[in-house]
Design a binder for this molecule. Structure first.
Ligand code: PLP
Length: 227
């Protein structure tokens, strides 16, 4: 059986400096997060707010963790998400961004935000199709309480390596184009893309954050499908 430490060593040997490794700890207990923390991991990704809050309480002594929300963000959970996470990777439509902006002002927060995009059509995923992001950028640039740092993508299952590479490259190209036109305030220097199965292709295309769960912690029990 490989341990978290061994898995991390293996993955780190393959990622260049400057690529941030997010350990996706959803479904794994606080003890697993603590083990990864002891190996130097400081960025953790969670996809359910209540589950994350419970683990954060158990890990309150680890004050320099950066918590990343990577699940679908419902509008009615926006305030909780802002309160409990440093980064929100899944801002997926303009009204949500504007709500986060208003709430961030009220709460005195200045959150790090990524815009979730879909480089390939995928009815099962949230996010802006790349072409639909353009008309919203001027309004996004007016969300002064958000630090909109870049794009995030989750690819559909079952793409070929060539299609995967192309989707990552299109995401990177979109970020570069937005940067040219809208930076500042839309810095667009971060690209959250790549998971256990496809992260080398994401890094080759310019990912700055990779989100690895199973590759670090091992297989997850299947999630209930109704949520
Ligand atoms: C679960 C999850 C991951 C990690 O997936 P693995 O295959 O376990 O590496 C990455 N990103 C998102 C958005 C996820 O929900």
């Amino acid at each position: 059986m490989t341990t978290i430490a061994e898995n991390l060593a293996t993955i780190r040997a393959t990622i260049p400096d400057g690529v941030r490794l997010l350990a996706v700890s959803k479904t794994f207990p606080a003890a697993a997060i603590r083990a990864a923390y002891h190996e130097g991991v400081r960025d953790f990704g969670e996809s359910r707010i209540q589950e994350a809050i419970a683990k954060q309480a158990e890990l309150a002594d680890l004050t320099d963790i950066q918590w990343h929300f990577i699940g679908h963000l419902q509008s009615n959970k926006a305030k909780k998400a802002l309160t409990h996470f440093d980064w929100l990777h899944t801002c997926d439509h303009l009204a949500l961004a504007q709500r986060l902006d208003r709430l961030a002002a009220e709460l005195g927060k200045s959150p790090q935000i990524l815009l979730q995009v879909k480089p390939c059509p995928d009815p099962d995923k949230y996010g802006w199709p790349l072409a639909s992001l353009w008309p919203d950028l001027a309004a996004l640039a007016q969300c002064h309480h958000l630090n909109i740092q870049g794009l995030m993508t989750i690819l559909p299952l079952g793409l070929t390596p060539a299609a995967t590479r192309q989707a990552f490259q299109e995401t990177e190209a979109a970020a570069a184009q937005i940067r040219e036109q809208f930076s500042p305030p839309l810095g667009m220097t971060e690209l959250s893309m790549g998971m256990s199965g496809d992260y080398p292709l994401a890094i080759a295309a310019g990912a700055t954050m990779i989100r690895i769960g199973r590759g670090i912690f091992g297989d997850r029990p299947p999630l209930p499908s109704s949520t």
